[in-house]
Write a protein that binds this ligand. Structure first.
Ligand SMILES: [Fe+2]
Ligand SMILES: [Fe+2]
Length: 194
């Protein structure tokens, strides 16, 4: 029970931090398109990117607290959120080029991200190198290594249907709904006398 509560607290803080650092991307209409594509198993590309951003943040906190290695967490989250921003259904093998998706999608995602968002060189490296060693060029920054590892862990969990991120996905989607005014607090009428 205590462990469960501790996990919730951690996930809550992570969700808050993730949303704050990646707000402009998460709330953009462009990023909502990622909800329409499936990544692994039953996970959408949007959910996969949130999951990768979460584990990247977790690793960053671990490295900062235990080894005193500083991490650019803003770029880390933004790069993780956009690392699979290729914007097509990669399962449709009838489309020319889909069979080499694994090799080509980091470049497509980087170009799309450059077109739709204001991304820096570190974020470009994170996106471009996230498939190493499938693609030949190794990550050049510690943030790129973190996202590369988090991506592989999340892909494994999603493929084998191990739920590691449903709470953070729920929290972020709730924050999106709040930001879009989908929820409001209706106190109704009161008969209380003051
Ligand atoms: Fe990818
Ligand atoms: Fe990925």
């Amino acid at each position: 029970m205590a462990l469960h509560f501790a996990k919730r607290i951690t996930e809550y803080k992570l969700a808050k931090e993730l949303f704050t650092r990646g707000k402009d991307i998460i709330l953009s209409p462009e990023a909502q398109v990622l909800k329409t594509f499936t990544q692994h198993g039953e996970t959408t590309v949007f959910e996969h990117c949130l999951s990768v951003a979460k584990f990247s943040l977790l690793m960053a906190h671990f490295l900062e607290r235990t080894l005193k290695i500083s991490i650019d967490k803003d770029s880390l989250v933004r790069g993780a959120l956009l690392h699979d921003y290729f914007l097509y259904d990669w399962h449709d093998k009838t489309v020319p080029g889909r069979r080499v998706h694994g090799f080509t999608h980091p470049t497509t995602a980087r170009k799309n991200a450059e077109r739709d968002f204001n991304i820096n060189d570190l974020e470009k490296d994170i996106i471009s190198k996230h498939m190493f060693p499938v693609t030949p060029f190794p990550p050049m920054h510690r943030e790129s290594v973190i996202v590369n590892l988090a991506d592989k862990w999340c892909a494994l969990c999603e493929t084998f249907k191990v739920d590691v991120s449903s709470y953070i996905i729920y929290r972020v989607n709730f924050n999106i709904a709040l930001a879009e005014g989908e929820y409001s607090i209706d106190y109704g009428e009161t008969k209380a006398e003051y």
